[in-house]
Write a protein that binds this ligand. Structure first.
Ligand code: NAD
Length: 255
């Protein structure tokens, strides 16, 4: 049975991805800051009849990231699939952008993926199997105003994905980025007030005028679709699908 580690999997997209891997009977290592993380891991384990583990490792802390990976490998023997999904957002004009928010976004949305990848690498190489899936964003491919840190981190994550795809190719380790458009999760709901303020429009207009304006399909991207995409990228058959940044964005990047 294969094992997947998904960072930030006690909420939103990460939790949805975990459910799709649960359907495929993977062992799952959950991670995230939500205080009910242990209960989420336990109840999904019971519901799907799979083994689960929860780690509260903070993606700002490299030593906690390493401890999480060591625990996962000691418990399950290997981590076959790594999904770097943990992320935060902050919306402000560059001249007002707080330094601490910039640093936290780069650390959580980009640098943590370096630390997790570094620590799973040796075992993946030994096993001649590894699948690294980075949850980037449409903002890994194009920019929007007032998201300087997020867009920088996500573009960086796409670059990191391509680099490790090249390094992993001789060892059957693939690396791909999924680039979602807007998905209705707590991360997006928390943004509505800030977007309204920064753009100078009422909150009721943010979804249609800012969020879905750029997507050709005027719907939020479904979490289930992202989960199924991740499961497909993790499959044995996807061994030559590597180094991509796959938009799942309702046509945003077609324009
Ligand atoms: P969310 O807020 O629902 O979930 C984020 C998860 O990351 C949570 O479990 C949270 O605890 C975890 N996390 C945050 N900081 C952490 C830290 N320091 N250490 C450990 N875990 C931490 O958000 P979401 O919308 O599900 O976002 C998941 C990923 O998808 C993010 O990388 C985000 O940038 C990306 N994304 C989201 C959207 C969207 O529209 N929601 C679009 C494109 C990409």
């Amino acid at each position: 049975m294969k094992t997947v580690l998904i960072t930030g999997s006690t909420s939103g997209i990460g939790l949805g991805i975990a459910k799709e891997f649960a359907k495929e009977k993977y062992n799952i290592i959950f991670n995230g800051l939500e205080t009910n993380g242990p209960q989420i891991a336990e109840s999904i384990g019971k519901e799907y009849g799979i083994k689960t583990l929860y780690s509260p490792a903070n993606m700002l802390k490299p030593e906690e990231i390493k401890a999480m990976i060591d625990l996962g490998i000691n418990t399950f023997g290997s981590i076959d699939v790594l999904v770097n999904n943990a992320g935060i957002q902050f919306v402000a004009a560059v001249e007002d952008f707080p330094e601490d928010k910039w640093n936290a976004i780069i650390a959580i949305n980009l640098t943590s993926a370096f630390h997790t990848t570094k620590h799973v690498w040796k075992k993946m190489k030994e096993n001649k199997f590894g699948r690294i899936i980075n949850i980037a964003s449409a903002h890994g491919l194009v920019a929007s105003e007032f998201k300087s840190a997020y867009v920088s981190a996500k573009h960086g994550l796409v670059g990191f994905t391509k680099t490790v795809a090249l390094e992993g190719a001789p060892f059957n380790i693939t690396a791909n980025a999924i680039c979602p458009g807007y998905v209705k999760t707590p991360l997006v709901e928390k943004q509505i007030a800030d977007q309204a303020k920064t753009h100078g429009i009422p909150e009721s207009e943010v979804v249609s005028k800012i969020m879905l304006e750029k997507q050709a399909v005027k719907e939020f991207v479904s979490i289930e679709l992202l989960g199924k995409t991740a499961v497909f990228l993790a499959s044995e058959q996807a061994s030559t699908l590597t180094g991509t940044a796959l938009p799942v964005d309702g046509g945003w990047n077609a324009q």
